[in-house]
Design a protein around this ligand. Structure first.
Ligand SMILES: O=C(O)c1ccc(O)c(O)c1
Ligand SMILES: [Mg+2]
Length: 636
């Protein structure tokens, strides 16, 4: 609720095209209004397919607290010979009447792809001048957009020249980041256009894929920040012109068309706030139409991970922790929460039969319910997250205990913010009674956290992390499971590394985990060791249920990397896998999966290795599936 107030209070006017969401018109309006947008673009087809009169639609939009910022598209207008030209004007007159009934004054004309069109910049300008006269008589305005596959106009600079020559107050330019950036047109060329001649701005990002422009545009667009286009550079240029109209998302995306409209709309609004925040930070001289909130900060590290479980299931989890070298070194002052420690790693085991942990346990079973991050300034980070529409999480703290700022994260789990500069840095003294930990098995910190989710949620959660924190994404990697593909997106912010694993096939290890744990959650935690062979030996002596890796793997890895046979033999004995990149070397081993598919991983990074051992994932997954299957059972 608080987040909503911040979003509504800003001056930047936000809008989204109805094509960006699934559902019927009423469902879309509800989702768009609920996410805090000011307006919508009505895509003509959405209107034509509905049973409402134009007057009804206008009323529905206004009743939802929204305005119609744009009606679109009007196609194949300019540079036609007769009789097409007259027909195009007659068609335009009809649409202008419709716009009056809808209650909107701006229409988007996209550059022609008509086979009979003649082209010619002055012919196009004349047509637009005449259309401007017609528009004026109807009290509406016309904006010209260059489709990047337009026959004669496919560049905003040419569209601007047409508009400039049309020289009519009712005719202006419409910019769409996709069309400009997809053709790699320098967005700074926009800075030369007067802001008051830009009637409307559409924003969309897209992943860098080499394909036909039209197909790419109609199926793969995504929210600013979710793709690889320089939407920030585009918006900096737009802002520099003095443009003060709506920022409108126009996202043609197959996945969004079937997603939950409420979530897609919320991601859209978050992406607009994030992109304008980036604009003001990269180019502070530009006017900022956003309320002030803290800049994104890098995460220093993971301070604790909390498992929600029950008194019955806790011993199994604690045995696994003990086998990793953890020791129970403390208890919460008022709740049944145990602290398990080793090196810089803190794991909490919560068996509370009430409150959030219990709800999490009841929904997901034993699993990670909370992740606490160490930040430069926890309250500033919380304020920023709230401004970016994160859902705050509050649970009353006991007398004298810390009230730790928290938001909801993946799968409804909780993300807590701590810092070293306030009382929050003394959490172990204030909220816990602790005793010193022993030597452990050499685990030093959390290296990364693997969160598994349906493929459809991946973009959403990567936007969540990259907009709230100072974070960057690695390219998505495909992980081959024998029963389907899992895509993995790594996001890193300072000392926090998260891998978002998106499963669409239910038979994959990740897909089964989602089913077994009823939704997205942490499927694995990787701990770092400075000497993985010593750690493996220490854990083996504590009966760690190591994942057995087959001999075939070691023959291959020796040949592939030219590793010394003695090293490979040590790896084989300890079930350690290997990878390397330009920066350095990487060693890793795993636990067998728990019955629900959860597992631990131990890693050692050498030099500047930046990956996660993705080339080993198929072997790891096959081994985990073997380990999870009772001996003698045929595969599924
Ligand atoms: O794909 C299209 O045809 C289309 C139509 C209208 C737009 O504003 C646009 O960017 C693309
Ligand atoms: Mg467009």
């Amino acid at each position: 609720m608080q987040a909503r107030a911040v979003a509504k209070g800003q001056r930047m006017k936000t809008s989204i095209a109805t094509v960006s969401l699934s559902g019927n018109l009423s469902q879309k309006l509800e989702a768009i209004a609920g996410a805090g947008f000011d307006g919508i673009e009505i895509f003509e087809q959405d209107f034509l397919a509905s049973d409402f009169t134009p007057g009804d639609v206008g009323q529905m939009v206004r009743d939802a607290g929204l305005e119609i910022t744009l009606f679109q598209p009007f196609r194949d207008f300019e540079s036609l010979p007769e009789p097409y030209r007259s027909r195009a004007f007659a068609r335009a007159a009809r649409k202008f009447e419709l716009m009056n009934q809808l209650g909107t004054d701006l229409v988007l004309v996209c550059s022609t792809t008509h086979p009979a069109a003649l082209g010619g910049i002055d012919r196009m300008a004349r047509d637009f001048h005449d259309l401007g006269d017609l528009a004026k008589r109807h009290g509406v305005r016309v904006g010209f957009e260059a489709l990047c596959w337009g026959r004669f106009v496919n560049d905003h600079r040419d569209a601007w020249e047409v508009v400039r020559r049309a020289n009519h107050p009712n005719v202006g330019l419409i910019l769409d980041s996709f069309h400009t950036l997809a053709r790699r047109i320098d967005p700074d060329s926009i800075r030369a256009i007067p802001g008051d001649r830009i009637f409307f701005v559409q924003l969309a990002d897209a992943p860098a894929i080499d394909m036909d422009l039209l197909y790419w545009s109609r199926h793969f667009r995504n929210m600013p920040g979710e793709g690889d286009l320089d939407v920030t550079g585009f918006m900096r240029a737009v802002t520099a012109t003095g443009y003060a109209g709506p920022l409108s998302l126009e996202i043609f995306n197959d996945q969004f068309r079937s997603g939950l409209p409420r979530l897609v709309a919320q991601d859209g609004h978050r992406s607009l706030i994030a992109v304008m925040d980036r604009v003001r930070r990269v180019e502070p001289a530009l006017p900022a139409d956003l309320p002030a909130f803290a800049p994104p900060a890098p995460v220093a590290g993971v301070e604790f991970l909390e498992f929600a479980t029950s008194a019955e299931e806790a011993p199994g989890l604690e045995a696994l922790l003990r086998s990793c070298g953890f020791e129970k070194t403390g208890n919460h002052v008022s709740k049944p929460v145990g602290l398990w420690r080793q090196g810089g790693v803190n794991v909490l085991v919560n068996t509370d039969a009430s409150g959030f942990a219990n709800s999490s346990y009841l929904v997901h079973g034993t699993g990670v319910s909370e992740i606490a991050l160490m930040l430069p300034d926890a309250r500033a980070a919380f304020e920023r997250a709230s401004a970016l529409l994160a859902q705050p999480h509050a649970q009353a703290a006991g007398e004298g205990e810390l009230s730790i700022p928290a938001i909801r994260g993946v799968g409804g789990s909780v993300l807590r913010f701590l810092d070293a500069t306030s009382d929050l840095g003394r959490i172990w003294d204030i909220d816990f009674r602790t005793s010193p930990a022993g030597a452990g098995a050499g685990l030093t910190r959390v290296d990364h956290i693997g969160q598994t989710m349906p493929y459809d949620e991946m973009l959403s959660w990567s936007l969540f992390y990259t907009s709230i924190f100072d974070a960057h994404k690695s390219p998505v990697v495909d992980v081959v499971d024998p029963d389907g593909l899992v895509r993995s997106q790594a996001v890193q912010s300072g000392g926090l590394r998260v891998t978002l694993n998106g499963a669409s096939a239910r038979g994959t290890l990740a897909g089964r985990f989602i089913e077994d744990s009823f939704g997205s959650s942490v499927q694995h935690i990787a701990f770092a060791s400075a000497d993985i062979f010593a750690t493996a030996a220490a854990m083996a002596s504590r009966d760690f249920p190591v994942l057995q890796i087959g001999a075939n793997y070691y023959h291959d890895v020796e040949a592939r990397f030219g590793l010394p046979p003695a090293l490979v033999e040590r790896m084989r004995l300890a079930n350690i896998l290997y990878d390397e990149d330009a920066g350095g070397q990487f060693f890793q081993f795993y636990s067998a999966p728990r019955p629900d598919g959860f597992f631990f991983e131990i890693v050692q990074r050498q030099g500047n290795y930046q990956g996660y051992g993705a080339p080993n994932a198929p072997f790891r997954i096959a081994a985990q599936k073997r380990a999870a299957r009772p001996a003698g059972m045929p595969k599924r």
